[in-house]
Design a protein around this ligand. Structure first.
Ligand SMILES: Nc1ncnc2c1ncn2[C@@H]1O[C@H](COP(=O)(O)OP(=O)(O)O)[C@@H](O)[C@H]1O
Ligand SMILES: [Mg+2]
Length: 385
């Protein structure tokens, strides 16, 4: 039994969340007695229409909400456990970004929150931005990003701490088909690296492409669950796929089947290509012909950096474990490149006469000069002789 549970990452038993109103009266049974297990290395889909309890379930896994009843364990511990939280990466439904930080600074900031060293932060930020196709936007403020770009940086941010469990709420919303495919490839790749992924999505095609197991929620309860390919398998039908058959062969095939008593519901036709595959094929062909685009830089296939032939993949580099840091590392001289132009602009900018802040600046400058004079005087008195 213990063996069997060794690779259980998330386990919910009778998990329930009742939201109450101001008077303590139950307002919404958001999650109503659900049981499920998420195993290590799997992509687990949490499906359901709006208001079915997906986000509430996720927030309980993240330790942001307390269950009303039932039990929930993450890595065998309470979701409130700090160590547990450090092992989780989360992409919220809406990404909240500090719009004046650049893409690099955003990732650097989150890395710092996890106590990573400057050099590690810098390297990871660079690799992650490359992985999500934002290398060209390294120094751009995220406030300027399109929805798709914001989604990409959100995904990169969710991976900054090299999490063992990645929770993605609608990761492909706002992305074009190329971006969707890339995100799905990243999800599969993470799973193949032993990461566990919980995916919430309304986009059923995305779920179908990446999930191993899923639950379908409705009204806070699980209405269906299981292994995706098993759930979707049509047990009462068989499909045979071959290279194109001649008309004569098709005729003979039908006769052969008829002789076996199979006459009804036989269809022999050409399978239809996935629209996504078709679209990516068109884009790839255009790219190979060097057609110009003002759009996203990455695209089409699995990003090359994920298929590094020469050895280590980005994720392998990212998934090395460092010693947990106790104190913040001293700031090293090596810093991200300064935007000289921006700096010059700032330095050149003179406060205008009508600028309400100008008098304050002058005043503080005056005060600063006074302070400096006093300081020099003191230094003269007490400083080294
Ligand atoms: N903070 C809250 N206070 C009261 N009711 C809430 C709160 N959060 C969610 N709910 C209710 O709980 C139900 C489930 O919501 P949610 O988990 O956000 O659904 P989903 O993510 O599947 O769309 C909804 O009926 C919603 O109105
Ligand atoms: Mg939601």
């Amino acid at each position: 039994m213990a063996e069997e549970n060794a690779n259980v990452v998330v386990e919910a038993k009778g998990l329930t969340k009742v939201f109450r109103d101001f008077w303590g009266r139950p307002k919404a049974n958001a999650v109503n007695g659900i049981d499920f297990q998420v195993h290590q290395g799997e992509v687990f889909g949490l499906l359901g229409p709006n208001g079915s309890g997906k986000s509430t379930t996720i927030k309980m896994i993240l330790g942001l909400l307390y269950p009303t009843r039932g039990s929930l364990s993450v890595f065998g511990k309470d979701p409130q456990d700090v160590e547990t939280k450090n092992r989780i990466g989360y992409l919220p439904e809406e990404t909240y970004l500090y719009k004046y930080l650049t893409a690099f600074e955003t990732l650097d900031f989150f890395g710092a929150l996890f106590g990573q060293e400057v050099s590690v932060r810098k390297e990871r930020a660079r690799q992650l931005l490359e992985m999500v196709g934002l290398a060209h936007a390294f120094n751009r403020p995220v406030g300027e990003f399109s929805k798709g770009m914001a989604r990409r940086i959100g995904l990169a941010q969710a991976l900054v701490n090299d999490p063992d469990l990645v929770i993605l709420d609608e990761p492909t919303s706002g992305l074009d088909p190329i971006g969707c495919r890339e995100v799905k490839d990243v999800i599969r790749l993470l799973a193949s690296r032993g990461k566990t992924i919980i995916l919430c999505s309304h986009l059923l095609a995305d779920v179908q492409d990446v999930c191993d197991n899923l639950v379908v929620l409705y009204g806070g309860q699980i209405r269906a669950s299981g292994n995706l390919s098993e759930i979707l398998k049509e047990e009462d039908r068989t499909r045979v796929v071959t290279p194109t058959l001649s008309e004569q062969t098709v005729k003979e095939l039908r006769e052969w089947l008829a002789a076996k008593g199979i006459k009804q519901d036989v269809s022999i036709d050409h399978p239809v290509m996935d629209l996504e595959d078709f679209f990516l094929d068109v884009v790839n062909k255009a790219r190979n012909q060097n057609a110009s685009t003002a759009g996203a830089h990455a695209g089409g296939q699995v990003p090359e950096y994920l298929e590094n032939k020469s050895g280590k993949t980005i994720l392998e580099t990212l998934t090395y474990h460092e010693e947990p840091k106790k104190a913040e590392a001293p700031i090293e001289p090596e810093q991200p490149k300064v935007d000289e132009e921006k700096l010059k602009k700032l330095a050149d900018a003179q406060p205008k006469a009508e600028d309400p802040i100008a008098p304050i600046i002058e005043k503080t400058e005056e005060e600063a000069a006074k302070l400096k004079a006093a300081n020099d005087k003191l230094a003269g008195k007490f400083g080294p002789k």
